[in-house]
Write a protein that binds this ligand. Structure first.
Ligand SMILES: Nc1nc2c(c(=O)[nH]1)N[C@H]1C(S)=C(S)[C@@H](COP(=O)(O)OP(=O)(O)OC[C@H]3O[C@@H](n4cnc5c(=O)[nH]c(N)nc54)[C@H](O)[C@@H]3O)O[C@H]1N2
Ligand SMILES: Nc1nc2c(c(=O)[nH]1)N[C@H]1C(S)=C(S)[C@@H](COP(=O)(O)OP(=O)(O)OC[C@H]3O[C@@H](n4cnc5c(=O)[nH]c(N)nc54)[C@H](O)[C@@H]3O)O[C@H]1N2
Ligand code: SF4
Ligand SMILES: [Mo]
Length: 689
């Protein structure tokens, strides 16, 4: 018998699609986009169309496993859940008794976007008083802090307001890969109403190819471009003086001290763009009535990423488009969904505890003291591939005195280092409540099938471990629906108005505020061109662009700069258990411009060595002019077993971005050469600090 179950996509993606799972004899046989959901509009992306293959993958782990060989070897034997949970609880209790709870670290992140399956694992470690994960620094803390200091902790434009836009700018995002429903809606506006689309991206991405104008900006120079556009808006009297006076703070300083430096000629020199293209961009933006900027995280994963995003987010303050429906900017929306998250994430436990930065896992495993990290629980994360300084992560995970548990549906590079591996249920096998981070929708996702083998959900395992550790908080005993109800208690704003009964009945609920212009929740209540918060941190309080001295030093040593971008058929490593998608993405590769390939005597299809002072890895080479000379593009982060050797984050440093202590993958310089047969790929000059 076939039945259809309405579920919600839990992958880390701004769209949060409503999906229909077709289930035959208890097995998910097909997943498709929900035709009745306005934003999903009946289609899922190329990855999730294959989620029946993900959930039924023969590569899934089906029982708990205990290590039977050296760490990292991937040798395990099956054990029962009771034995696994008993051993974990006993080891944790011993560590806590000897070294205190800070010797324990819960390292759980975003691969299940459900509010309970994501949040309750954090809740477990919060209640235990463990070291706290400063989560998301691998991803969005830089852009989030940049937005919060400029606009405030509040959501941006509703993507569905693009039906009112007359210009769309995708700035630092390949929307055809990472935000396909917004992209589809924007393309419809173009076809039906002639709305123009501009893409600002160093790479000629799929979105860039389809756009009306593509500006192939030099990596890390977005702040200069935004300031150059402001310069032209002021010069051509296209700045909205009323809006600036009423809703912004400090534009006078920017106009006096900063804008004169960003003439079109100097902006062109810094950004590598054509002066005519900069003039066209400014004229189109300044003359539009409702221009919507989709801000991508792509421009923020480098040392001055925060300054870049903040400066671009100030542009709609100059044009006044923040005050117009269909105008403004969209980075994230989640901050406007004020549920009582603490009920799940912080049920009890000390108010503060030592923090461990998500992206510094390797460093902290090797060097943290008083107490060192002795027990680690990794859930919905694959840091042995996705964290910078992978060599350090591997070395840390290989510590014999570290007790590591990994909860994952698949035997990942990280899980291979575990002492105990627990099989995780997929989102199709769990109940959960969802709210989008790139749209204004909330929805309950119902379990479509029983978990494969003995797999158990994040919520289930967090509750089981909480019980064994003697925690008595209510959330560790409630059913998923009753935990969800806790999220509504004491919540405020539009999310609070969503009726849980309607959600549980399967209805998607739109949670947008009544629209009255972009709200600003900064200390001044205005859009802050001048930020006192940044001044206090020793950062430039006004937007500016300066070269970075450390980057300049690296650039003098290594000739090519790393460009990192999402895979079209992979999202980090979450889909690597689907054979079809692995093949569709191809063997892990890098792209060089024909000029750079020629200089090095390299050809399309060659096996190449990609290296710098941190290490070397082996990838396939594609030669294409979709990137600029001087850049090497490595799409996605792929497990070590899929490449000739290694993985890209072996070459990236764990230095912080200017805001939010975020990752700086793109502040990486390197060289590409011929791969020599027999070469193994290794850490070069890798030193422990
Ligand atoms: N070089 C470079 N590195 C990057 C980036 C980059 O742009 N360039 N981007 C960064 C970004 S934005 C991010 S968000 C990180 C992502 O990095 P990670 O958070 O490590 O994400 P994934 O590789 O997707 O790993 C998620 C893991 O969770 C597992 N999983 C899936 N569903 C569940 C579940 O329900 N329960 C449990 N327990 N496990 C589950 C998957 O099988 C997978 O192994 O990577 C970062 N790394
Ligand atoms: N298919 C797919 N979808 C995904 C993911 C995935 O891995 N694959 N990851 C998910 C996750 S965890 C996240 S956080 C989101 C992120 O999604 P987005 O916010 O869209 O950010 P990125 O994908 O990191 O942005 C990468 C783009 O930025 C461009 N870029 C790089 N450097 C610069 C620069 O200096 N300036 C400008 N203007 N552009 C630059 C790159 O060429 C690339 O096209 O996507 C989610 N969706
Ligand atoms: S577009 Fe995003 S939310 Fe929609 S199905 Fe794909 S991964 Fe899931
Ligand atoms: Mo991310």
């Amino acid at each position: 018998m076939v039945k259809s179950v309405r579920v919600v996509c839990a992958h880390d993606c701004p769209d949060m699609c409503s999906l229909i799972a077709h289930v035959e004899d208890g097995k998910v046989v097909r997943v498709q986009g929900d035709p009745d959901h306005p934003y999903t509009a009946g289609f899922a992306c190329g990855k999730v169309n294959r989620d029946a293959d993900l959930v039924n993958s023969p590569e899934r782990i089906t029982t708990p496993l205990k290590r039977s060989g050296p760490k990292g070897s991937g040798q395990f034997r099956p054990i029962t859940w009771d034995d696994a949970l008993d051993e974990i609880a006993a080891r944790w209790k011993a560590v806590i008794a000897e070294s205190g709870p800070l010797a324990l670290l819960g390292y759980a992140y975003s691969a299940h976007q459900g509010l309970m399956n994501r949040g309750l694992v954090n809740g477990l470690f919060h209640a235990l008083g463990a070291s706290r994960l400063q989560a998301g620094t691998v991803c969005d803390t830089c852009c989030e802090v940049a937005w919060d200091t400029t606009v405030g902790p509040v959501g941006g434009a509703d993507p569905e307001s693009v039906v009112h836009s007359d210009l769309v700018i995708s700035w630092g995002a390949d929307l055809a890969a990472t935000n396909v429903h917004f992209w589809a809606l924007a393309e419809t506006q173009r076809k039906q109403r002639g709305v123009k689309i501009i893409v600002i991206d160093p790479r000629r991405t799929r979105s860039a190819k389809a756009a009306d104008l593509h500006l192939p900006i030099r990596i890390g120079t977005d702040a200069a471009l935004a300031l150059g556009v402001m310069h032209i808006l002021v010069r051509d009297k296209l700045a909205n003086r009323d809006y600036i006076a009423k809703h912004t703070l400090g534009f006078d300083k920017v106009e006096r001290d900063i804008l004169p430096k960003f003439t079109p000629a100097r902006t062109a020199e810094i950004t590598g763009l054509d002066v005519n293209d900069i003039e066209t961009l400014a004229a189109m933006y300044g003359r539009a009535k409702a221009a919507l900027i989709r801000l991508g995280e792509g421009m923020t994963r480098l040392t001055h990423g925060g300054q870049a995003l903040r400066t671009v987010a100030l542009l709609p303050g100059v044009s006044g488009h923040y005050g117009v429906e269909g105008g403004g900017a969209l980075l994230l929306t989640a901050a406007s969904c004020d549920l009582n998250y603490a009920a799940v994430r912080k049920p009890s436990g000390p108010a503060t505890a030592r923090q461990v930065n998500h992206l510094r896992l390797g460093e902290e495993l090797l060097n943290m003291k008083d107490p060192p990290i002795r027990a680690l629980y990794i859930s919905a994360n694959n840091p042995a591939v996705t964290c910078p300084e992978v060599h350090k992560v591997q070395k840390g995970l290989a510590r014999e005195d570290l007790f590591t548990v990994v909860h994952d549906p698949f035997m990942t590079d990280t899980a291979k280092y575990a002492d105990i591996v627990l099989p995780a249920a997929s989102y199709l096998e769990t109940d959960d409540l969802y709210r989008a981070y790139g749209a204004y929708w909330m929805q309950w996702g119902q379990k479509a099938a029983e978990p494969a083998g003995q797999a158990r959900s994040n919520v289930d395992v967090a509750q089981a471990l909480a019980r064994r550790m003697g925690l008595t908080d209510k959330v560790f005993t409630l059913s998923p629906q009753n935990v969800a109800k806790e999220l509504f208690k004491g919540s405020t704003g539009p999310a609070a108005k969503a009726d849980p009964a309607r959600l549980f009945a399967g209805e998607p609920i739109h949670i947008k505020h009544d629209w009255d212009g972009q709200p600003f929740k900064t200390p001044s209540g205005k859009l802050e061109f001048y930020s006192e918060q940044l001044a206090r941190q020793g950062l430039s309080p006004v937007p500016d662009w300066q070269p970075d001295p450390v980057e300049a030093e690296e650039a003098a040593t290594w000739p090519l700069r790393l460009l990192t971008a999402p895979g079209y058929f992979q999202a980090h490593t979450a889909f690597s258990g689907v054979g079809f998608l692995r093949e569709r993405e191809g063997r892990p590769f890098c792209i060089l411009h024909p000029e750079d390939a020629r200089k090095r005597g390299l050809n399309d299809g060659d096996e190449v060595r990609v290296f710098n002072g941190r290490g070397e890895i082996g990838l396939m080479l594609k030669v294409a002019d979709e990137i600029q000379p001087g850049v090497v593009l490595v799409p996605g982060q792929r497990p070590t077993g899929e490449a000739l050797s290694g993985t890209i984050n072996m070459l990236c440093s764990d230095r912080y971005s200017d805001m939010g202590e975020g990752a700086t993958y793109q502040s990486t310089w390197l060289e590409v050469g011929q791969w020599k047969p027999g070469q193994s790929g290794a850490a070069l000059n890798f030193q422990e600090r």
